[in-house]
Design a protein. Sequence first.
Length: 367
Amino acid sequence: MSGKYQRQEQELLPDNSAGVPDSFSTVQDLNDQLEGWLAAAKPTLSPARAIIAPYVHLHAGYAYCGACGAHAYRQVDPRNIGFFPLSKRVFILGPSHHVRLSGCAVTGTHTYNTPLYDLVIDTGITQELLQTGQFEVMDITTDEDEHSIEMHLPYVAKVMERERGREGGREGGREGGREGGREGGREGGREGGREGGREGGREGGREGGIVEFDGKKDQFTVVPVLVGGLSVDQEAKYGRLFSKYLADPQNLFVISSDFCHWGQRFKYAHYDRSQGDIYQSIEALDRMGMDIIEHLNPAEFTSYLRKYENTICGRHPIAVLLNAVKYLKTANSHTLSLRFLNYAQSSRCRRKEDSSVSYAAAALVVH
């Protein structure tokens, strides 16, 4: 077992001090909030092959980054990730915060727990990655402590259950309609059959569409990957390695990253006064980086980071994605495009004593 999401009746995360549980008292609260954020976002760049989405630890909570992240996760459509449920696979690439890692690492567990339901690890793919000699296995302490992956698990669970819920509703409706029709027919003839069918269909649809929070949902698997402090050459190497998985429409990549961490506690205080207040300077710096990422040019992104040293914590996972896109474009004739869909800050900095964390959401599509 890994991840810090433990279930205890309706209480959330009793052993977790991260930002998420402070915002929600029950599983239903979390579920309702995720659904609300997703409903408010628009599927403008769907279906996504990869997304960049924020996470949070003690910076603020889902209340800040959750709404922003929904704009990325709204571009995910499980119906377009493979044709067979068991072929659906979600890679989650997150930066390492707790251990010095010179390469990348995979989980050694078989299941991640979330408040909604358990996520099944694709052990076949993790073994395939280990066989390349470029990956190591996270120890259980590192696995449980790493929030850059953990905080994405509820969103992954939520967006990947949508098709399952619809299918359950359709099947429940069909079965309920047939049963209601048979029962109504026996009781009231043809009219009863029609009415029974309608009522049975409605009831069956409602029942079938309910998403249960307990038990494993094995319609898809996840591949968590912890990304260390990679060199430029390593970013290219891992990008080439992951490019074959990015080419597969049955796969989705989730790239975990916040953007600028500004303030004394983050030891970063870049301020371009020509942009206005500090928070406006931060946004200008972030949007410069976002524009460069949209160019899908890893070398340009590296130059930006070297010049401004923007504290984008997921810079290495992002660079791995950009390199994977580069190799994928070279290997075939597909056209890929990435666009940022939302941007937010945890607070508006106006004084040097202030601090903030920036969040951005993006989606990559393959044409």
